[in-house]
Each structure stands twice: as C-alpha cells, then as structure tokens.
Unconditional design. Structure first.
Length: 476
C-alpha cells in the first residue's frame, strides 16, 4: 500500500496549527480548558456563597474540592502511567472524555434544578446539603482520576502526530489558549453563576468534554506504542519500576524532576500567601487581586507565542534554563514590591518567562522519552509536582501563621515582615532550582531518542496528503 508520510526534513514549514491531527487535538483541548476553568471557579463560588454560606466550615468545604483533585494525582497518577503506556492512546482519550462528560453532566442533578420526586428517599425531590457536597466531591474525585489517564495519553499522542522540530510551536499555542482561558474565566464564572446558577457552568464543562470526544474521534492516530516486551505477559510492578528507573536514570528527565520539585516548593509560598501579600505589603483592596492573575495571563499569552520561535532559534535547554533563571530573579524582586501598579506590571513580565519555561519543558520531555515510556514518565513528573506543591503550601501557611506571625525586622535599612519574608524564602528556592537546571542541563539540547518514527504519523503541514485512516491501523 502506498505510504503518504512526509518527513519533517523535506516538508515545508507548517502553518500555525501544524497539521490536521494536531489542529483537532488543539481545538478539543481549547474547548476543554475553557470549560474546566469556568467549572473550577464556579465550584468555588457555588460552595462559598450557596452550599456553605455563612458557615464556619466554609473554608474546609472549599478545601475539600482541592483535596478531591489532589488525592487522585498522588494515588492514581503513577498507576495510570503504566496502563497509558499499555493502551492505545487515542482510545484512552476517547474513553476518558466520555466518562468525564457523563460524570460532570450528572453533577447537574446536585444543583436541585430538576426535582427528583421519583426517588422514594427524597419526598420533596431535593437533595439535602450533605448529599450535594458528597456528589460534588465524588464527581470531582472520579473526574480527576480520568484526567490522570487522559493527560499522559494526550501528550503521547501529540508526540506521535507532531514532528520533533514543531513540538515547541505546538506547546506554545496550547499554552496561549490556556492562558487566555485564565484571563477570561475568573471574571466570567462568578457572573455566570449569579445570573444562571451552577447548572449552566456544569453543563458547559460537560459539553466541552463531549466536543473533545468528537474531535479526538476524527484524529488519525498512528499505531500505539506499547510498554509490552514480546513474549512477556503484562506485569504491573515490572512495568511501573521500569518506568521509574528510566525517569531517574535519564539525565534530562531526572534533572527536570529535581529542579521542578525545588522550584514548585518555593512557588507554593506565592500560591498560598500572595493574597495576603497583596493586602498587607501592596496595600491594595482584595477587589484588585484578580488583576494580578489577569496581568500574568496576558503576559503568558505573549510569552507562549514568542517562546516557540525562541526555542527554535536557541534550543529547548537554553530556553528553559534562561527563562527559569530570569523568572526566579523577577519573583525575588516581586517580594520587595510595596505598590500595586508596578507589581501588576512585573507579574505580566513574569508571565512571559513562565510561558517560555512551560513551552520548553514539554518538547524537551518528548525529545528524550521513547514512545513506550511517555505515560510512565508523565505519571512520575505530575504526582511529584503535585505532592511538592501541597507540602510547600502547608509549610508556607505554617510559617506565616505561627513561627513568623507578626514578624518585623529591619536589616541594613530593609524592612522584612511576615509575608514578604516567607515569599522571599520561596523566591530563593526558585533561584536555587533554576541554577540547578542551568548546571545540570547545560546549554545544549540532548540528542533525541533513537527510535523509528511511526509510519503513519503526520509530520508534514496541514496541506500534505492525509495519512491512513485510524480504522486501518491495528490496535493493541
């Protein structure tokens, strides 16, 4: 049968969305990201102003939502990586999108918008408060489990359908739409909730997963890589430790895990205490707090679009190291800010370099990871980042609330108080993590993994001949 594959070296430079298959994945991802952000912010508002309104346990109820997301990342993330590497990536994405659409759609019932009078244990047809919270936590928990399978499968599939020279571009435009959602969703979600209730935000998210399902269904995926060795039966522990061993033996992957862990531990202080820093150190009303995120989001859009070209010119490793080091220095400067406007401008600049960092990380991982290990590598990195972030948040909160509560000290004419001191410590950790990245990764891109390209992967621009349909490709 005639092969229509075009090699990356002979193909003309692709368009913005690179090729047909990536365009479908990008569109599905964009819809899901907007749905997720609106959904996430709406849940916080719903719990705060309705389900737990005027209750002393309201912060605990909101924390329960975050915990329902965090636990599956730690517990199921490493497990999911083994099965993602075994299974067909496109089929895995389809199943997880379908499950999430169904789960999120069922959450509409917890809003009591539809009386459930046919249930004998609900005589008035309304689910009580405890039941509403229980359903909410269960849906978020189960959806988060699905995400542990979907995310690595999506990254592995992008690795297959996008040729290596164009992966930074693919990551850049994906980051840009994610940051655009971060700018739009926070102010939109509360307005949508106040105008229509939680059911519409929930429905929008469910429909976004359904749309993603249809778009992934049209992707012409190559034959899936498998973690199975010929002649060996599946063995979870063997495959799990093989993936863990690869991640920590590979110089690039192990360097990224350690440096990102250090950086995220420091950055967690900013995530936990930034709102207090804004109130006490920037002397600003809480009403303006959201504009810092919006400014950072706008900067990230610019950075994501520029970073792909930068990475192509100077290399992925150099883009990552430079952007991480500059970002760490900017975060230290931020901790000494005392005025809101300069701080907002600085955070917009921070967004540029954070986007550049994010654009370089994904393609760098793809460059050194064999197809059969992609799921397990991502299932090592993501839980590590999540766990370190959680620990960093706890430590920062403990220091600010106990050890350094009410702290004020002047050294060489510089005054240090509770929140800028804790954030400054976090900033120093970010600097150390960035220096480790520079030393360990250096300035040269590692050699790409030596393995054959899938024969039916599209590496050419969107106007190149289409590859074989997915239904002609044998599945695992």
């Amino acid at each position: 049968m005639h092969s229509s594959t075009t090699t990356a070296t002979s193909a003309p430079k692709p368009g913005l969305l690179i090729n047909r298959d990536f365009a479908l994945l990008w569109t599905g991802g964009a819809l899901s990201v907007f749905g997720d952000f609106i959904f996430d912010f709406t849940l916080t508002v719903w719990v705060t102003v309705s389900l737990a309104a005027h209750q002393a346990w309201a912060p605990l109820a909101v924390s329960g939502v975050l915990l329902a997301v965090a636990v599956p990342t730690f517990v199921f993330g490493p497990i999911a990586g083994v099965f993602v590497d075994r299974w067909d990536k496109r089929r895995t994405m389809l199943v997880m999108d379908a499950l999430r659409a169904l789960l999120i759609g069922l959450l509409v019932l917890a809003t009591n918008v539809v009386p459930l009078t046919f249930l004998p244990f609900l005589p008035d047809g309304r689910i009580p408060l405890a039941g509403q919270l229980g359903i909410l936590y269960a849906v978020v928990f189960l959806s988060a489990i699905c995400s542990q399978f979907f995310g690595p499968a999506r990254m592995a599939l992008i690795r297959d359908v996008v040729a290596e020279p164009y992966r930074a571009q693919a990551t850049g435009i994906s980051q840009a739409v994610q940051m655009l959602a971060l700018v739009i969703a926070p102010p939109l979600a509360p307005l949508l909730y106040l105008a229509t209730g939680a059911q519409w935000a929930i429905s929008i998210n469910a429909l976004s997963f359904a749309a993603s399902f249809l778009l992934v269904l049209w992707v012409r995926a190559p034959q899936a890589a498998t973690s199975q060795v010929a002649g060996q039966s599946p063995n979870f522990l063997r495959e799990f430790f093989a993936g863990l061993g690869f991640a920590f033996r590979n110089r690039t992957i192990s360097a990224l895990i350690i440096s990102v862990a250090i950086v995220m531990f420091g950055a967690s202080a900013f995530n936990a205490l930034d709102i207090f820093f804004v109130l006490h150190n920037l002397h600003t009303s809480v009403a303006l707090y959201g504009f810092l995120s919006a400014g950072m989001g706008l900067g990230s859009i610019v950075g994501a679009l520029l970073a792909a070209a930068l990475a192509e010119r100077i290399g992925l490793a150099r883009t990552l190291s430079l952007s991480m080091f500059i970002l760490s220095c900017l975060m230290l400067v931020y901790t000494r800010m005392t005025n809101f406007v300069p701080a907002a401008v600085l955070m917009a600049v921070v967004g540029i370099f954070q986007a550049a960092l994010n654009v370089a990380v994904g393609p760098l991982i793809m460059r050194v990871t064999p197809r059969a290990f992609m799921g397990r590598v991502m299932a090592t990195i993501n839980p590590t980042v999540g766990l370190v972030s959680l620990l960093g948040t706890v430590v920062a909160g403990y220091l600010a609330g106990t050890v350094l509560a009410g702290f004020q000290q002047t050294v060489f004419g510089i005054t240090f108080t509770t929140f800028d001191t804790v954030l400054g410590g976090g900033g120093i950790l970010i600097v150390l993590g960035s220096l480790y990245t520079v030393v360990r990764l250096g300035w040269r891109d590692p050699a790409p993994v030596d393995e054959p390209t899938p024969t039916d992967t599209v590496a050419a621009p969107a106007d190149a001949p289409a590859p074989l349909p997915a239904n002609l490709v044998p599945m695992e």
